[in-house]
Design a protein around this ligand. Structure first.
Ligand code: AMP
Length: 448
């Protein structure tokens, strides 16, 4: 990442213990990212912190490394659960992010005798109990499941010294504020609180006022700026041709992995199924899948067994896939800020990436919102749809018949795509307030 190379610091200059430095070295990082360089000294010094960091900037290590440093005096190899109270609590909005953060904590703490665990919903709560009863110093949790454990008296939070709110903006979006308030009320008043968010909205500032004390603010990227190492493009396409355009993009890029975003669970499932039929191994992750199914799909994607993973915004939070070359927005998100999160799945840690958005006439308004947020405009390119699959705007009359040709004539081989119905959105539905413009479709008639 440009940002990484622009930081001349070394990890060894950051007052981190040799055991932590060894783990960093083994991970292969050479230099701290800007968010790490800025945040780590303040956290080690004990300040509360409000950090604005986009996904992919190295934010997890930015809070985990100094948190480990602060907990070092309590590291203990004792078997007694009493010697391992929860001292650091990391809250994350989704199970995927919680799992990801926990994996990072495990990596960075491997030479330090501090115990860590992760708890999230959608899995058997009983299985998580013995791990907690055994004692852990660092707990990563989604808010709802944490409260379930509190109610079941599986854990105590009265010795927490460090509270970390990861992707706080998303936690608010997902309606976790009441849960957060309940959790914070259970923590000691005297503690360190770190808040990480991709954006600093008014709500986030209010949350910071409520939960943080004299925080230091660090900000590494331009407000809502999307990664500059990501090539972004917009392809206009009629709704009926979207799927064919998607297949064409995947085939033409010849990439091993592509993450395809949809707005709805239904659409994620449907597109994955259609891709499979088109000969592109695919699976979907969305809120209706069990945790196990989601993990299996993600593992298959990471291992390269499936080429395409379709996902909704909520399900994709926290996904960290090394070297993901391509993200496609099959449908633009309802919230412009989600565009930044989506494309941030590619181009991570300095790698270059590509993000293509397929936009139909009904989505123009969403595109304009994204452009406003990013303060840039995208040239509207015409999507390439293999000519055999273009659906005529007006059905061609069948010789000798006055009625239109049946739809199957336009949509049969080889993808067997069917028109994807506009399904109901998964969350936070905001129906477009503008009227679709039928004549816009004519502009998307595609040439090869
Ligand atoms: P995050 O923003 O925490 O999700 O991190 C994004 C990616 O950057 C992850 O794959 C990390 O392993 C990687 N990463 C974190 N810190 C560094 C670093 N200092 N140098 C190179 N890669 C890093």
């Amino acid at each position: 990442m440009d940002e990484i190379t622009a930081t001349p610091l070394l990890f060894s200059s950051l007052a981190l213990d040799a055991k932590i430095l060894r783990a960093i070295e083994e991970t292969g990082y050479t230099q701290p990212t800007p968010i790490q360089a800025q945040a780590i000294p303040h956290v080690i010094a004990g300040s509360d912190l409000m950090a604005m960091a986009q996904t992919g900037t190295g934010k997890t290590a930015a809070f985990t490394l100094p948190m480990l440093q602060r907990l070092l005096p309590h590291a203990s190899s004792s078997a007694s659960p009493a010697r391992h109270p929860i001292r650091a609590l990391i809250l994350a909005p989704t199970r995927e992010l919680a799992i990801q953060v926990h994996a990072n904590v495990v990596t960075y703490s491997k030479h330090v005798p501090l115990r860590t665990a992760v708890v999230y919903g959608g899995t058997d709560i009983k299985a998580q109990k013995p791990i907690l009863m055994n004692g852990v110093e660092i707990l990563v949790a989604t808010p709802g499941r944490l409260l379930d454990h509190v109610e079941s008296r599986n854990l105590q939070l009265n010795q927490v010294q460090v509270l970390i709110l990861d992707e706080a903006d998303r936690m608010l979006d997902m309606g976790f504020m009441p849960d957060l308030k309940r959790i914070v009320a259970l923590l000691p008043k005297q503690r360190q609180t770190l808040l990480f968010s991709a954006t600093f909205s008014e709500e986030i500032k209010k949350l910071a006022q409520e939960f943080l004390t004299n925080p230091v603010t660090v900000e590494t990227a331009r407000r809502n700026a999307a990664g500059e190492n990501i090539k972004q493009s917009v392809c206009m396409v009629g709704h009926q041709d979207k799927f064919h355009a998607l297949v064409e993009i995947i085939r033409s890029r010849n990439v091993k992995q592509v993450l395809v975003f949809t707005r709805t669970k239904l659409s994620a499932a449907h597109v994955a199924k259609q891709l499979e039929r088109a000969g592109i191994p695919a699976d979907a992750i969305h809120g209706d899948k069990t945790q196990r199914e989601r993990i299996e799909a993600l593992d298959a994607f990471k291992a390269g067994t499936i080429q395409a993973l379709t996902a909704t915004d909520v399900a994709a939070r926290g996904l960290d896939i090394d070297q993901l070359p391509l993200v496609i927005n099959y449908e633009l998100p309802t919230h412009a800020e989600d565009y930044v999160h989506r494309i941030g799945r590619t181009g991570r840690a300095g790698a270059s990436g590509e993000a293509v958005s397929l936009v139909d006439g009904d989505e123009e308004r969403r595109l304009v919102e994204i452009e406003k947020l990013l303060n840039r405009s995208f040239p509207r390119e015409a999507a390439i749809v293999p000519s055999g699959y273009q659906k005529p705007l007006k059905p061609a009359p069948v010789r000798g018949h006055s009625r239109a040709a049946p739809a199957e004539d336009w949509f049969s081989k080889p993808y067997e795509a069917s028109v994807l119905a506009q399904p109901v959105e998964e969350k936070r539905i905001a129906p477009p307030s503008h009227k679709p413009q039928p004549q816009v479709a004519a502009l998307f008639k595609l040439k090869r």
